[in-house]
Design a protein around this ligand. Structure first.
Ligand code: ADP
Ligand code: MG
Length: 343
């Protein structure tokens, strides 16, 4: 008999393939690390980016969250290791941003990582260094409560992926966009983004969304915000919208989240625009930051490797709720209708 032509891949190859799904570019690293910080209950999240003329060299994410025990920290880098779900049944109702236990393993597989972490209740912290997914150093250390993760040499061992990186300014723009989205979906957390030791933005974390919008986009926009009020009998949609401000407002200034998870959804972008009816010129897009508060059982977040897309059990219902909530807030007719309903 001839040798079989099908064979199982080795562990290293498997980990590179898995990493390729999650870690597309530097912004994906920031996304996963920031999500972990949010899941860890952080109230402050600091992100530092270091770049040179050719690429982003180092990404550092610092949080003041729960931290990890010295026993847990090395486990966090194993594939499919998570503290967030236990059984397949838990997938039906996910309340954390992470759940697959893949991010740290994936990031570590294609970079050089140093993690420092300490739980408030522990005397000593732990420091772990990994290269290409393998632990090269592990020791006790002094550390503030929380977690710091530094990621360097991204894609050093996956030249195919590295080739697809865009210019530094494009990659940085993706990081900024991701950070803006994170800050807008969590006004109760103070975010700071630094690039080459210079502050790009900082939010107060006071929990006030207009305050966050002002920190990110300035007072002119903050002054023209229209508040969305959840409608009776509809899925609650909360947030703010505004008519386009000069040429600044583009399609990219529509920020949508579902239960605090930022998502990409062309149909909800359309629903927001439709809510403005004929008051927008052709090709014009409003500014919008909305959060759909949907029962976790009615939305599947486990459909896309980067979790950027979700599936609703009734997309129609969500689209309708978004459109009518926006419509009620921005049009005179809609406002009248709301007053009648409330009476
Ligand atoms: P997931 O987020 O899907 O659980 P990750 O690979 O992103 O998977 O993280 C693995 C585990 O490591 C998490 O479940 C969590 O217990 C722990 N962890 C990761 N980042 C942090 C952090 N910043 N603070 C505290 N724990 C963390
Ligand atoms: Mg995670």
């Amino acid at each position: 008999m001839a040798d079989p032509t099908i064979h199982l891949l080795d562990e290293e190859t498997i980990s590179h393939i898995a990493a390729g799904e999650v870690v597309e570019r530097p912004a994906s690293v920031v996304k996963e690390l920031v999500e972990n910080a949010i899941d860890a209950g952080a109230t402050r999240i600091r992100v530092h980016i270091k770049s040179d003329s050719t690429e982003i060299r180092r990404i550092t994410v610092i949080d003041d969250g729960r931290g990890m025990s010295p026993e847990d920290a090395p486990l966090a880098f194993r594939q499919h290791a998570t503290s967030k779900i236990r059984t397949a049944g838990d997938l039906a109702e996910i309340s954390t941003l992470g759940f697959r236990g893949e991010a740290l393993a994936s990031i570590a597989a294609v970079s050089e990582v140093t993690l420092t972490s300490r739980r408030r209740e522990d005397v000593a912290g732990i420091k772990i260094t990994l290269s290409g997914g393998l632990i090269t150093d592990l020791s006790e250390c002094a550390a503030p409560p929380g977690t710091m993760i530094e990621v360097g040499s991204l894609f050093f061992n996956t030249p195919a992926r590295r080739k697809f990186l865009r210019t530094v300014s494009t990659e940085l723009a993706h990081v900024f966009d991701l950070m803006e989205r994170s800050a807008l979906s969590h006004p109760e957390i103070s975010f700071q983004l630094m690039h080459q030791e210079k502050e790009k933005f900082a939010t107060s974390g006071r929990g006030d969304l207009p305050d966050t919008i002002q920190s990110l986009f300035g007072g002119d926009l903050a002054r023209i915000l229209i508040t969305l009020s959840p409608l009776r009998g509809e899925m609650p949609v909360v947030g703010y919208v505004a008519y386009p401000l000069g040429s600044r407002t583009t399609r990219n200034q529509i920020y949508i989240s579902v239960n605090g998870r930022q998502i990409a959804s062309p149909s909800l972008v359309r629903a927001i625009r439709d809510g403005f009816g004929t008051s927008l010129a052709k090709g014009e897009y409003p500014f919008a930051v909305i959060d759909c508060r949907i029962n976790p059982g009615e939305v599947d977040v486990n459909v896309h490797p980067t979790k950027r897309e979700v599936k609703f059990s009734s997309e129609r219902q969500v689209v309708d709720a978004v459109r009518t909530t926006v419509w009620s807030a921005v049009t005179e007719k809609g406002q009248e209708q709301q007053i009648i309903q409330a009476a």
